[in-house]
Design a protein around this ligand. Sequence first.
Ligand SMILES: Nc1ncnc2c1ncn2[C@@H]1O[C@H](COP(=O)(O)OP(=O)(O)OP(=O)(O)O)[C@@H](O)[C@H]1O
Length: 232
Amino acid sequence: MAVLSLSTVSKYFGPKVGVEGIDIEVGRGESVLLFGHNGSGKTTLLRLLATLTRPSEGTISLEGTEFSRDRPTQRGEIGFVAHETYHYEQLTARENLRLHARLHGVDRSRCETQLDAVGLADRASDPVSEFSHGMAKRLALARATLHDPLLLLLDEPFTGLDQESLLRVTDQLRNLEETTIVFATHDVDHGFTHADRVLTLKGGQLVRDIDTADCPGPDAIRQQYVDTPRQP
Ligand SMILES: Nc1ncnc2c1ncn2[C@@H]1O[C@H](COP(=O)(O)OP(=O)(O)OP(=O)(O)O)[C@@H](O)[C@H]1O
Protein backbone atom coordinates (compact mmCIF):
# COMPACT_ATOMS: atom_id res chain seq x y z
CA MET A 1 0.00 0.00 0.00
CA ALA A 2 1.17 3.52 -0.78
CA VAL A 3 2.17 5.60 2.25
CA LEU A 4 1.06 8.79 0.55
CA SER A 5 -1.83 9.09 -1.93
CA LEU A 6 -3.08 12.17 -3.70
CA SER A 7 -6.27 11.98 -5.72
CA THR A 8 -7.09 14.82 -8.14
CA VAL A 9 -5.69 17.41 -5.75
CA SER A 10 -6.06 21.05 -6.77
CA LYS A 11 -5.32 24.27 -4.94
CA TYR A 12 -6.54 27.60 -6.28
CA PHE A 13 -5.73 31.06 -5.00
CA GLY A 14 -8.69 32.97 -6.36
CA PRO A 15 -8.32 32.69 -10.12
CA LYS A 16 -4.67 31.55 -9.80
CA VAL A 17 -3.71 27.89 -10.04
CA GLY A 18 -1.39 26.66 -7.29
CA VAL A 19 -1.60 23.00 -8.32
CA GLU A 20 -4.25 21.23 -10.37
CA GLY A 21 -5.45 17.65 -10.76
CA ILE A 22 -2.49 15.98 -9.03
CA ASP A 23 -2.64 12.17 -8.74
CA ILE A 24 0.36 10.56 -7.03
CA GLU A 25 1.08 7.44 -4.99
CA VAL A 26 4.33 7.27 -3.03
CA GLY A 27 5.62 4.15 -1.28
CA ARG A 28 7.34 3.74 2.08
CA GLY A 29 10.94 4.87 2.02
CA GLU A 30 10.58 6.33 -1.45
CA SER A 31 12.28 9.65 -2.13
CA VAL A 32 10.55 11.95 -4.60
CA LEU A 33 12.03 15.08 -6.14
CA LEU A 34 9.62 17.83 -7.20
CA PHE A 35 11.03 19.72 -10.09
CA GLY A 36 9.86 22.71 -12.16
CA HIS A 37 10.23 26.40 -12.90
CA ASN A 38 9.54 29.14 -10.34
CA GLY A 39 5.80 29.23 -9.77
CA SER A 40 5.17 25.69 -11.06
CA GLY A 41 3.52 24.63 -7.78
CA LYS A 42 6.24 22.87 -5.78
CA THR A 43 5.85 24.85 -2.55
CA THR A 44 2.06 24.76 -2.82
CA LEU A 45 2.19 20.98 -3.08
CA LEU A 46 4.59 20.69 -0.12
CA ARG A 47 2.36 22.95 1.99
CA LEU A 48 -0.67 20.81 1.13
CA LEU A 49 1.23 17.67 2.16
CA ALA A 50 2.31 19.39 5.40
CA THR A 51 -1.39 20.12 6.15
CA LEU A 52 -0.54 23.84 6.31
CA THR A 53 -3.12 24.55 3.66
CA ARG A 54 -6.15 22.60 2.43
CA PRO A 55 -6.87 21.45 -1.11
CA SER A 56 -9.61 23.28 -2.99
CA GLU A 57 -10.48 19.90 -4.53
CA GLY A 58 -9.37 16.30 -4.13
CA THR A 59 -8.04 14.24 -1.24
CA ILE A 60 -4.70 13.47 0.38
CA SER A 61 -4.18 10.33 2.46
CA LEU A 62 -1.33 9.19 4.67
CA GLU A 63 -1.24 5.42 5.29
CA GLY A 64 -4.81 5.17 4.01
CA THR A 65 -6.23 7.87 6.31
CA GLU A 66 -7.55 10.93 4.55
CA PHE A 67 -6.46 14.35 5.80
CA SER A 68 -9.51 15.73 7.54
CA ARG A 69 -10.66 19.09 6.20
CA ASP A 70 -11.08 20.64 9.66
CA ARG A 71 -8.49 19.05 11.87
CA PRO A 72 -5.73 17.07 10.22
CA THR A 73 -4.51 14.55 12.77
CA GLN A 74 -1.43 13.51 10.81
CA ARG A 75 0.91 16.35 11.81
CA GLY A 76 2.72 14.05 14.22
CA GLU A 77 3.60 11.79 11.29
CA ILE A 78 5.04 14.61 9.21
CA GLY A 79 8.31 16.56 9.34
CA PHE A 80 8.71 19.73 7.28
CA VAL A 81 11.75 21.85 6.49
CA ALA A 82 10.34 24.95 4.81
CA HIS A 83 12.13 27.81 3.02
CA GLU A 84 12.24 29.64 6.36
CA THR A 85 13.63 27.68 9.29
CA TYR A 86 11.12 28.96 11.90
CA HIS A 87 13.28 28.55 15.00
CA TYR A 88 12.85 30.47 18.24
CA GLU A 89 15.84 32.74 17.66
CA GLN A 90 16.42 33.66 21.32
CA LEU A 91 16.43 30.03 22.44
CA THR A 92 19.43 27.75 22.09
CA ALA A 93 19.56 24.92 19.57
CA ARG A 94 19.00 22.42 22.37
CA GLU A 95 16.04 24.37 23.77
CA ASN A 96 14.46 24.54 20.32
CA LEU A 97 14.71 20.77 19.93
CA ARG A 98 13.49 20.11 23.48
CA LEU A 99 10.37 22.18 22.82
CA HIS A 100 9.65 20.11 19.75
CA ALA A 101 10.39 16.89 21.65
CA ARG A 102 7.87 17.84 24.33
CA LEU A 103 5.27 18.66 21.69
CA HIS A 104 5.66 15.23 20.09
CA GLY A 105 6.18 13.20 23.28
CA VAL A 106 9.74 12.30 22.31
CA ASP A 107 12.37 11.51 24.95
CA ARG A 108 14.59 14.56 25.36
CA SER A 109 17.75 12.43 25.11
CA ARG A 110 17.00 12.15 21.40
CA CYS A 111 17.72 15.87 21.05
CA GLU A 112 21.38 15.19 21.81
CA THR A 113 21.51 12.40 19.21
CA GLN A 114 20.00 14.70 16.63
CA LEU A 115 22.34 17.61 17.46
CA ASP A 116 25.25 15.24 17.06
CA ALA A 117 23.90 13.84 13.76
CA VAL A 118 23.78 17.30 12.16
CA GLY A 119 27.14 18.36 13.63
CA LEU A 120 25.78 20.91 16.10
CA ALA A 121 26.62 19.20 19.40
CA ASP A 122 29.32 21.78 20.19
CA ARG A 123 26.90 24.68 19.44
CA ALA A 124 23.91 23.19 21.30
CA SER A 125 24.01 25.87 24.02
CA ASP A 126 24.22 28.83 21.62
CA PRO A 127 21.15 30.89 20.75
CA VAL A 128 19.92 30.28 17.22
CA SER A 129 20.20 34.04 16.54
CA GLU A 130 23.97 33.45 16.40
CA PHE A 131 23.71 30.66 13.82
CA SER A 132 24.64 30.91 10.17
CA HIS A 133 22.02 30.05 7.55
CA GLY A 134 23.52 26.60 7.02
CA MET A 135 23.57 25.84 10.76
CA ALA A 136 19.95 26.95 11.11
CA LYS A 137 18.99 24.71 8.20
CA ARG A 138 20.81 21.76 9.80
CA LEU A 139 18.92 22.41 13.02
CA ALA A 140 15.66 22.52 11.05
CA LEU A 141 16.44 19.10 9.63
CA ALA A 142 17.25 17.79 13.12
CA ARG A 143 13.88 19.14 14.34
CA ALA A 144 11.93 17.79 11.35
CA THR A 145 13.28 14.26 11.90
CA LEU A 146 13.32 14.33 15.73
CA HIS A 147 9.96 12.55 16.03
CA ASP A 148 10.88 9.98 13.35
CA PRO A 149 8.16 11.05 10.92
CA LEU A 150 6.60 8.78 8.34
CA LEU A 151 6.74 11.59 5.79
CA LEU A 152 9.53 14.16 5.50
CA LEU A 153 8.96 17.24 3.37
CA LEU A 154 11.82 19.50 2.33
CA ASP A 155 11.66 22.77 0.42
CA GLU A 156 15.04 23.60 -1.12
CA PRO A 157 17.06 21.63 1.47
CA PHE A 158 20.42 22.32 -0.21
CA THR A 159 20.08 26.06 -0.90
CA GLY A 160 22.72 28.30 0.65
CA LEU A 161 24.55 25.48 2.42
CA ASP A 162 28.32 25.52 2.79
CA GLN A 163 30.26 22.36 1.99
CA GLU A 164 30.17 21.05 5.57
CA SER A 165 26.44 21.70 5.94
CA LEU A 166 25.74 20.10 2.58
CA LEU A 167 27.61 16.96 3.62
CA ARG A 168 25.77 16.82 6.94
CA VAL A 169 22.37 17.27 5.34
CA THR A 170 22.98 14.75 2.55
CA ASP A 171 24.34 12.24 5.10
CA GLN A 172 21.25 12.67 7.23
CA LEU A 173 18.96 12.12 4.25
CA ARG A 174 20.88 9.02 3.17
CA ASN A 175 20.33 7.49 6.62
CA LEU A 176 16.54 7.88 6.49
CA GLU A 177 15.86 4.67 4.59
CA GLU A 178 12.40 4.02 6.07
CA THR A 179 11.17 7.59 5.73
CA THR A 180 9.15 8.68 2.72
CA ILE A 181 10.65 11.94 1.46
CA VAL A 182 9.17 14.55 -0.86
CA PHE A 183 11.49 17.43 -1.63
CA ALA A 184 11.75 20.37 -3.98
CA THR A 185 15.05 21.71 -5.23
CA HIS A 186 16.60 23.56 -8.14
CA ASP A 187 19.89 21.79 -7.30
CA VAL A 188 19.42 18.98 -9.79
CA ASP A 189 22.76 17.28 -9.09
CA HIS A 190 22.11 16.76 -5.38
CA GLY A 191 18.40 16.23 -5.97
CA PHE A 192 19.03 13.47 -8.46
CA THR A 193 21.44 11.71 -6.10
CA HIS A 194 18.77 11.49 -3.40
CA ALA A 195 15.69 10.78 -5.49
CA ASP A 196 14.08 7.53 -6.56
CA ARG A 197 11.60 9.47 -8.67
CA VAL A 198 11.41 12.89 -10.28
CA LEU A 199 8.02 14.56 -10.69
CA THR A 200 7.98 17.55 -13.01
CA LEU A 201 5.38 20.25 -12.43
CA LYS A 202 4.38 22.83 -15.00
CA GLY A 203 1.75 25.47 -14.38
CA GLY A 204 0.60 23.51 -11.32
CA GLN A 205 0.09 20.27 -13.24
CA LEU A 206 2.12 17.08 -13.04
CA VAL A 207 3.58 16.67 -16.51
CA ARG A 208 6.14 13.91 -15.95
CA ASP A 209 6.81 11.15 -13.42
CA ILE A 210 10.02 9.19 -13.99
CA ASP A 211 12.17 6.81 -11.94
CA THR A 212 15.74 8.06 -11.64
CA ALA A 213 16.84 4.49 -12.46
CA ASP A 214 15.27 4.95 -15.92
CA CYS A 215 16.86 8.35 -16.42
CA PRO A 216 20.41 8.78 -17.79
CA GLY A 217 21.32 11.41 -15.18
CA PRO A 218 20.83 14.93 -13.88
CA ASP A 219 21.72 16.43 -17.26
CA ALA A 220 18.66 14.78 -18.80
CA ILE A 221 16.49 16.35 -16.08
CA ARG A 222 18.16 19.72 -16.65
CA GLN A 223 17.56 19.39 -20.39
CA GLN A 224 13.93 18.63 -19.73
CA TYR A 225 13.79 21.81 -17.65
CA VAL A 226 15.18 23.81 -20.54
CA ASP A 227 12.77 22.10 -22.93
CA THR A 228 9.79 22.85 -20.69
CA PRO A 229 8.94 26.47 -21.44
CA ARG A 230 7.73 28.74 -18.68
CA GLN A 231 4.03 29.20 -18.28
CA PRO A 232 2.95 32.65 -19.43
N1 LIG B 1 -0.67 32.59 -1.12
C1 LIG B 1 -0.77 32.70 -2.44
N2 LIG B 1 -1.62 33.59 -3.00
C2 LIG B 1 -1.76 33.70 -4.34
N3 LIG B 1 -1.07 32.95 -5.21
C3 LIG B 1 -0.21 32.05 -4.72
C4 LIG B 1 -0.01 31.87 -3.32
N4 LIG B 1 0.91 30.89 -3.13
C5 LIG B 1 1.28 30.48 -4.36
N5 LIG B 1 0.60 31.17 -5.31
C6 LIG B 1 0.71 30.99 -6.77
O1 LIG B 1 0.67 29.60 -7.04
C7 LIG B 1 1.60 29.29 -8.09
C8 LIG B 1 2.56 28.23 -7.58
O2 LIG B 1 3.44 28.83 -6.60
P1 LIG B 1 4.51 28.00 -5.76
O3 LIG B 1 5.06 28.90 -4.72
O4 LIG B 1 3.88 26.75 -5.33
O5 LIG B 1 5.61 27.68 -6.89
P2 LIG B 1 7.06 27.02 -6.73
O6 LIG B 1 7.18 25.99 -7.80
O7 LIG B 1 7.30 26.60 -5.34
O8 LIG B 1 8.01 28.26 -7.09
P3 LIG B 1 9.56 28.56 -6.62
O9 LIG B 1 10.44 27.66 -7.43
O10 LIG B 1 9.71 30.01 -7.00
O11 LIG B 1 9.65 28.35 -5.14
C9 LIG B 1 2.25 30.60 -8.51
O12 LIG B 1 1.56 31.12 -9.62
C10 LIG B 1 2.04 31.49 -7.30
O13 LIG B 1 1.95 32.85 -7.67
